[in-house]
Design a protein around this ligand. Structure first.
Ligand SMILES: [Zn+2]
Length: 295
């Protein structure tokens, strides 16, 4: 998981108005349970609202990969997910900063209404809410244990073993029980280390990105268009152009593909860890421009 950079300046005005209006209808309810009911009711009606239809394309623009789930980074991003569940936080049901796009599996198979907050401002003990649990009072106003990728950088909490594809709590900045709790809880809720294939996909992505780097280095060292054609896709290079122009073009094509890939966290981890892994360090030293390849 990486941080989602998304600004509502680019959300259609009609959608913004709709969200404000629907949220005010929920906020006008006088008890927590009536707010819950109202939120659920209005959320179920939103699909028929023309104005709400602008929300998904706006969220898609921030998705990792080509419309890939922001949690697992593997499946199609199909669902508008409330990071703070609307059942526990009806006051955030129509708040656009509480949305991200996730896949059906992450949204309705794993995260559901599960959530947790710390029991107070300093402790690492947590108050956990299970799925389908009847909650008749608003959760205490405390920090979320689940990492919110709209406001926090998940990489501050999680560290990826590139070879195995396994996430662990990020203890590089020193152990901190609250940070560890956030990492463990988020991994547990989304089952990012336990779901079929996810570890393997991340580990495979590492191999793919290393191959992309090696290919870029070969391209960079090419001296003729013919040589370049042999390395890059045949027929894509415009042989009427100077070889240097074609080198920039080819490297840029690979860069764009890397940044559109599934499992983009693997790439970000490579940027974070290359100085610690000698084979990666050698590659990045030969292609220093790749050190700044970010979305
Ligand atoms: Zn997912």
């Amino acid at each position: 998981m990486i941080k989602i950079e998304l600004n509502d300046t680019f959300l259609h005005t009609d959608a913004k108005q709709y969200l404000v209006q629907k949220q005010s209808e929920i906020d006008a309810e006088t008890t927590f349970t009536s707010q819950q009911t109202k939120a659920s009711q209005l959320w179920n009606q939103k699909s028929s609202a023309q104005k709400f239809r602008h929300v998904k394309p706006w969220l898609k623009s921030a998705c990792v990969g080509v419309e890939i789930c922001n949690y697992c980074e593997n499946n199609e991003a199909s669902d508008i997910e409330h990071i703070f569940p609307k059942k526990l936080y009806p006051e955030r049901c129509f708040k656009s900063d509480n949305y991200l796009l996730a896949c059906k599996q992450c949204n309705t198979g794993y995260k559901l209404d599960k959530f947790a907050v710390f029991s107070n401002a300093t402790s690492s003990s947590i108050i956990e809410y299970k799925n389908k649990q009847v909650v008749s009072n608003a959760p205490p106003v405390q920090e979320s244990v689940f990492i919110d990728p709209r406001t926090e950088d998940p990489m501050d909490y999680l560290f990826l073993n590139l070879k195995t594809g396994v996430f662990i709590p990020n203890i590089r900045s020193g152990s901190d029980p609250r940070r560890d709790a956030k990492a463990s809880y988020t991994l547990q809720i989304l089952q990012l280390n336990d779901r079929n294939g996810l570890q393997q996909y991340r580990s495979d992505a590492y191999g793919d990105f290393v191959r992309d780097l090696k290919r870029c280095i070969q391209i960079k060292n090419a001296t003729t268009n013919q040589e370049l054609e042999d390395i890059f896709f045949p027929g894509v290079i415009d042989t009427t152009k100077h070889v240097d122009q074609n080198i920039s073009y080819a490297i840029n094509q690979i860069k764009n593909r890397v940044l559109r890939s599934r499992n983009i966290t693997v790439w970000y981890e490579m940027l974070r860890q290359y100085s610690l892994i000698s084979t990666l360090r050698v590659l990045f030293d030969q292609l220093p421009e790749a050190k700044s390849w970010k979305r």
